[in-house]
Design a protein around this ligand. Structure first.
Ligand SMILES: [Zn+2]
Length: 89
């Protein structure tokens, strides 16, 4: 008889944990809504402008020519011409 009661209690505990987990998930969804991803992608849509290191023109990051420097910030150029001119310095 005690075995059955014990099993029922274990089952109830499992059910409780399971429903609590669902509640926690819902709570976390409210706290950190999925639109945090939306905000992130909205920021991506708003093109970040970068400054050409050679002539100082601001260009959208996607159109900029990137020069990666190891251990330093990458450099951005508005055109291949500017990149070459910068190298020439
Ligand atoms: Zn330039």
């Amino acid at each position: 008889m005690f075995k059955i009661i014990f099993l029922i209690i274990v089952l109830l505990v499992f059910l409780f944990i399971y429903s609590a987990k669902k509640k926690i998930d819902a709570f976390l969804d409210n706290m950190f809504p999925k639109n945090s991803n939306r905000v992130h992608s909205a920021n991506n849509n708003e093109e970040e402008l970068v400054k050409c290191e050679n002539c100082g023109t601001y260009i959208p990051k996607s159109q900029a020519i990137k020069k990666i420097r190891i251990g330093k910030k990458p450099l951005y150029f508005c055109s291949e011409k500017c990149k070459k001119e910068y190298k020439g310095r």
